[in-house]
Write a protein that binds this ligand. Structure first.
Ligand code: BGC
Ligand code: NOJ
Length: 820
């Protein structure tokens, strides 16, 4: 089935039927105010923290999926017919339907019985509100009398509490209605100074703020009584479930169009100016009144949308590529960086698979998100690095997560994931290579946010390394702790109690279980830090780091190699995991990728053997599986990984995050065809033709695609908030296309498929523009053999940094014959 197409010029994905296999969502907002929005207007909004500052309610795990949204109802007042111009929630048949998922905006249009409506949803840059602009057009030859109803469901308190504590919450709801604005002020009387408002540009025929009055008893969002009867009840919510619904009557002449603007926003008042008059319980509206006035004025909408578009044009101008492959171009130029921005902003907090309650900003997740984002807005990446480092523990370890509002470590989820700290080095290094801003390393940053504990950031990085070195196991490999990158490999957990969380439980004191993955990661991180140390002229540090890395490589070669691939781990008892001697779980993808990225075995052929094993044992037409054979039963000594049925999630799905590591590994061996073949298998745009199998959005990466052992082989889940975004961007842009910022220059090191004649690209880097053309003569595969910078030959493949403002012409020719 065809669900839509890419409109690359408009930078939009156009959905042409509302009943997509799953809700295909988009995000509104790029800074502090965010919204999730599906192709049928489902979703909700929040300010910074989807748990503590969620404005509207979204019902996870409902039937049908995707209930709760920014719903508009239209009613033909002549015959009582009513429908949703976003299809949901009424789901009456539409004569036409189109949703355009754009960069931080969504527009949905539909027609029924000659009445056409188009709603544009977006967050104006710099604002903490969202605008919905509804344009209703009468395509009939006669006048149409139309009632338009808006609706949202407020839940601006703790979202966890919202889903559990009904004995309290059904008694706390409060609103105010003034002119055409509905103010939501539940709990404002006590310890909050923030509130939400929902405004309309028109005079109202009526309103409702009490959900069950608007819907009517035993009725759902698909058939609100107010809409059915064509009139609101002007209800005032006291307790129960406060909502906002405006009723506007439109009398449209034939072919007349009218605009109605709704604004949903978040506001805070100073603590000593919450009420007006001060002794009252009435919200002080002096600050929001002008904001509401401005954004309900339709004449401001177009300019704000244009500003949003040009902001995105600017972000995307950092890298523009033109390759022979359309799916590559579209992902690199538009959707992949867009998703990188989203993961940077939201970490793993809120999507249609993440409820926004349990997951704050993950230390490893946010660190890796920076890899794909640092080039877009370096100043925000810089701040994030400082925030992350400030949650690091004095031991060098990391709080596994921090809360976005307070930026403090989340004690509930704890620490002891022994890969965590090393990712900070990856992230800092990516930022430094992008910007050259070595001053970052001198910034004084505390540990665990404790005042007085500050050291320069550089010292934090040193402690990351030391954390690993102080926790080596019997084979000189890093202890895994609670888990490593694969946080379902819980080797010290031994959970027999179904109530326990694999993420926080450790039933045995583990001083034996070791991770070959962390070993590889340690080598990569150490090499990055060596370069940083050298740039700071700390040559002794560099030497020490190098010898530590060398020892780790020796440990991997000695005790981390299984004959044809890298081992995964040693368990609590010192038994091998991910070995030919295991019955299930014989080979894991992640140590193959990370160890080859670390350069282990590149010289002696082991790396190539590992990649061949990946190809033979883990690769499928949908991508590379995480483990084979998948576990068929629960292994107490392995933990959560074996809780999933075979082929799902960490138990043998195509875990997209890991696929780019394999691609990078292949490029390190000079295998352009293999790297690019893997790249295309997970590329969402290339998978659009199999949307009935893939099911998730064709414009973003998902975390997981069911593996061969699953009955639903090829089906994606958990789209949007995944480290796959950043790593795919790194793999394609820096390793396959090979445009790789380094501390001292821009490396041009493409490893291309043999059939490509080359490609061209524009890269903004440190204020200069690099116009890059790569040529690959027919029949040649290999690395760059000739490099011209502004027509002058340069030795090697490193383009020196040019002064800001300059335009540099780079011509590279692939010349060396392939090594295999
Ligand atoms: C999932 C992992 C996830 C972890 C932490 C597990 O259930 O399988 O992918 O990282 O939970 O939330
Ligand atoms: C998703 C988590 O967010 C990430 O931290 C983890 O590395 C992967 N799952 C693999 O388990």
């Amino acid at each position: 089935m065809d669900y839509g197409y890419f409109d690359d010029d408009a930078k939009e994905y156009v959905i042409t039927r509302p009943d997509t296999p799953l809700p295909w969502i988009n995000y509104l907002g790029t800074e502090d105010y965010f919204g999730l929005i599906s192709n049928t207007a489902g979703g909700c909004s929040f300010y910074r923290d989807p748990r503590l500052r969620r404005l509207t309610r979204y019902r996870y795990n409902n039937v049908p999926f995707d209930v709760g949204g920014r719903y508009i109802y239209l009613r033909d007042d002549q015959d009582g017919d009513y429908w949703s111009p976003s299809w949901q929630p009424v789901r009456r048949p539409l004569e036409s339907y189109e949703c355009r998922q754009g960069l931080s905006y969504t527009s949905i249009k539909a027609a029924r019985n000659g009445v056409h409506a188009e709603t544009l949803y977006f967050v104006p840059p710099g604002e903490t509100l969202e605008v919905w602009r509804v344009q209703v057009r009468n395509d009939r030859d006669v006048r149409a009398d139309i009632s338009l109803f808006s609706s949202i469901e407020f839940c601006l308190w703790d979202a966890q509490d919202d889903a559990t504590n009904f004995q309290r919450n059904f008694s706390t709801g409060e609103v105010e209605v003034l002119d055409s604005v509905i103010y939501h002020k539940t709990e404002y009387r006590e310890r909050r100074n923030h509130f939400a408002y929902f405004a309309c540009s028109e005079l109202l025929a009526g309103f409702d703020t009490q959900r069950d009055t608007f819907l009517g008893p035993y009725r759902g969002w698909d058939a609100p009584e107010a809409v059915a009867r064509g009139e609101c009840f002007n209800s005032d919510a006291h307790g129960w479930a406060p909502i906002g619904s405006h009723h506007v009557r439109l009398s449209l002449e034939s072919h007349e169009t009218r605009q109605v603007v709704f604004v949903l926003g978040y506001a805070e008042n100073p603590l000593d100016a919450k009420f007006d008059p001060p002794q009252s319980q009435i919200i002080n509206k002096s600050q929001v009144r002008p904001v509401i006035e401005r954004w309900t004025d339709p004449s401001n909408v177009d300019a704000a949308l244009a500003a949003l578009r040009s902001t995105w044009d600017e972000y995307l101008s950092v890298l523009r590529v033109s390759t022979p492959d359309e799916d590559t171009n579209r992902m690199v130029n538009i959707w992949n960086p867009y998703q990188c921005m989203t993961t940077f902003n939201l970490s793993r907090s809120m999507s249609s698979f993440e409820s926004g309650i349990g997951r704050g900003m993950g230390f490893r997740d946010s660190s890796q998100d920076i890899l794909g984002f640092a080039s877009m807005i370096p100043s925000r990446a810089r701040q994030r690095l400082l925030d992350l480092a400030a949650t690091q523990l004095a031991t060098g370890g990391a709080n596994h997560q921090y809360q976005p509002l307070t930026k403090r470590g989340n004690a509930q989820i704890g620490s002891g994931f022994n890969d965590d700290p090393l990712w900070l080095i990856f992230a800092v290094s990516a930022y430094l290579k992008e910007t050259g801003d070595l001053g970052l390393l001198d910034e004084l940053v505390p540990y665990d946010n404790a005042e007085g504990s500050e050291t320069p950031l550089y010292e934090h990085l040193g402690r990351c390394v030391r954390y690993t070195l102080e926790r080596l196991g019997p084979h000189g490999l890093p202890l895994i702790g609670r888990a490593d990158w694969n946080d379902c490999l819980n080797l010290n957990c031994f959970s027999e109690n179904s109530g326990e969380s694999f993420q926080t439980t450790e039933n045995k004191e583990g001083v034996v279980a070791e991770s070959v993955f962390i070993a590889g990661q340690f080598v990569v991180a150490s090499r990055e830090l060596v370069q940083i140390a050298r740039a700071l002229a700390k040559f002794d540090d560099a030497t020490t780091l190098e010898s530590n890395a060398r020892r780790m490589v020796e440990a991997i070669e000695r005790d981390g190699w299984d004959g044809d691939w890298f081992l995964r781990a040693y368990d609590y008892f010192g038994n091998v995991v991910g070995s030919r001697s295991n019955e299930e779980g014989r080979i894991f993808a992640e140590p193959q990728g990370m160890c080859v990225m670390a350069g282990v075995g590149v010289q002696d052929g082991r790396a190539a053997r590992a990649m061949t094993s990946v190809r033979d044992l883990l690769a499928t037409e949908h991508g590379v599986m995480l483990v084979q054979p998948s576990f068929t039963r629960y292994h107490l000594e392995l933990g959560e990984i074996s809780t999933y049925p075979p082929g799902y999630k960490e138990n043998g799905s195509i875990f997209c995050h890991v696929n780019p590591w394999i691609m990078i590994g292949e490029t390190m061996l000079g295998h352009g065809d293999a790297a690019f073949a893997y790249y295309r298998r997970t590329n969402p745009s290339a998978r659009a033709v199999i949307s009935d199998v893939h099911r998730c959005e064709p414009y973003v990466y998902a975390q997981t695609i069911a593996g061969r052992d699953a009955p639903t082989f090829g089906e994606a889940k958990n789209s949007w908030l995944t480290g796959s975004a950043s790593w795919h961007f790194v793999a394609i842009s820096q390793w396959i296309l090979g445009i790789r910022p380094e501390l001292n220059g821009l490396r041009i090191d493409p490893v291309l498929p043999e059939s490509w004649p080359g490609f061209s690209a524009t890269r903004q880097w440190r204020g200069a523009t690099y116009e890059i053309v790569v040529r690959q003569p027919p029949g040649v595969t290999g690395r760059v053999g000739r490099l011209l910078v502004d027509d002058k030959p340069v030795e090697g493949n490193l383009v020196p940094e040019a002064p800001a403002g300059s335009v540099v012409r780079v011509e590279a020719e692939v010349a060396t014959a392939s090594s295999d």
